[in-house]
Design a protein around this ligand. Structure first.
Ligand SMILES: [Cu+2]
Length: 114
């Protein structure tokens, strides 16, 4: 019985590795860079795919002070990024052009979802 259990774990690991087949999509993540350029948030890429989880990695070298308190109100996102956690995770579930801002609405930017 022990070897069957082992085989099952092996098979699960194999299936989990097949994220690119489209059958198992839990592996799919859009990695996006977030930087600040003269008071404007810039996402690279700036066009995101709908319904695919986003990992927005904040560049702490260009985001200072309250600019690190990031708000994307359309997707109920608010996160204070820091050295220990600079990734903002959310899944865009609608298409269009959306705003990103600091919590005081000083720094702003836009991105779109298709
Ligand atoms: Cu601010």
């Amino acid at each position: 019985m022990k070897s069957i259990k082992f085989l099952l774990i092996f098979l699960l690991a194999f299936v989990a590795g097949c994220g690119t087949t489209g059958l198992f999509t839990f592996d799919n993540v859009q990695k996006v860079q977030l930087t600040m350029d003269g008071g404007t948030y810039v996402l690279k890429p700036s066009v995101l795919m709908k319904d695919v989880p986003v990992e927005l990695e904040a560049d702490l070298g260009s985001l200072h002070g309250c600019m690190r308190d990031v708000v994307i109100s359309e997707f109920d996102v608010r996160k204070l990024v820091s050295e220990t956690d600079n990734v903002i995770s959310f899944t865009p579930d609608k298409t269009g052009t959306f705003g990103i801002a600091c919590s005081m609405n000083m720094g702003t930017g836009t991105f779109s979802v298709e």
